[in-house]
Design a protein around this ligand. Structure first.
Ligand code: NAI
Length: 231
């Protein structure tokens, strides 16, 4: 049995990732801030619910303690929770965006490390973004080059990718990979001034691929559906 925790999984790409991993036989914990929405999502999928706000240390340690007491370990951790804050750029918003998209990764990873170390095949996946890739934002052929309304998001995703890479280096027994899921129609992208995006179902496939790597799978990579991306 593979024990999996996905943060912010009550909707969007996280919810679809939960659905697909459940189909593959994982025991999936849906981490969500809101008890009602989280329990509803878990019940709809046949997943388990754990209350988890990635910006709240006590909530994170309680969530991992709850999983520890039932399962005794964690095999797969998916950092999916994220916010965009399109068009806003001030100090309080910057703190909120970095707290969620970057510091949240540190909080949840640190609380999860003791449980991950008890797994035979521990794997951590960060749903980052190529909006945070220096290669993509400086390449006029890439859509990220033209996205100029979400600088806090882009910078926080650079940090998310870098944290994932640094954990891969410091934790050689655990796989850490970051990914760009592809432009997806979700509540997050509804904030953007343009429409479009593919289904969360399609984007979740890349998350699932990296969440189901075998023991010899890669670590310290940044990928999209086609394979490795430049930083
Ligand atoms: P979404 O808005 O549907 O999902 C985001 C989830 O994060 C929600 O469940 C939300 O409640 C949760 N969340 C936010 N703050 C939280 C907190 N403090 N604690 C716990 N959960 C929290 O958006 P979407 O698109 O499904 O986003 C999922 C991830 O995919 C995000 O990290 C996003 O940055 C990333 N992504 C999305 C892209 C897209 O085109 N939709 C493209 C690239 C990356």
């Amino acid at each position: 049995m593979t024990i999996t925790l996905i943060t912010g999984a009550n909707k969007g790409i996280g919810f679809e990732t939960a659905r697909q991993l459940l189909e593959l036989g994982h025991v999936v914990y849906i981490g969500a801030r809101d008890v009602e929405r989280g329990e509803k999502a878990a019940a709809a999928l046949g997943a388990r619910f754990v209350r988890l706000d990635v910006t709240d240390d006590a909530s994170v340690s309680d969530a991992l303690a709850a999983i520890d007491s039932v399962e005794g370990r964690l095999d797969v951790l998916v950092h999916n929770a994220g916010i965009l804050a399109n068009g806003v750029s001030d100090g309080p918003t910057a703190l909120r965006v970095f707290d969620t998209n970057a510091v949240g990764i540190v909080r949840v990873t640190e609380a999860a490390l003791p449980l991950l170390r008890r797994s035979d095949n521990p794997t951590v996946v960060t749903v980052s973004s190529s909006a945070g890739s220096f290669w993509a934002v400086t390449n006029p052929d890439r859509p990220e080059f033209h996205l100029r309304t979400a600088p806090l998001y882009a910078a926080s995703k650079s940090a998310a990718t870098m944290l994932t890479l640094q954990y891969a280096k410091s934790q050689p027994g655990i796989k850490f990979n970051a990914l760009e899921p592809g432009f997806t129609a979700t509540d997050m992208t509804a904030e953007l001034p343009f429409e479009g995006g593919r289904s969360p179902e399609e984007s979740a496939r890349t998350v699932v691929r990296l969440a189901t790597l075998g023991p010899d799978g890669p670590t310290g990579t940044f990928q999209d559906e086609a394979g490795e991306l430049a930083w």
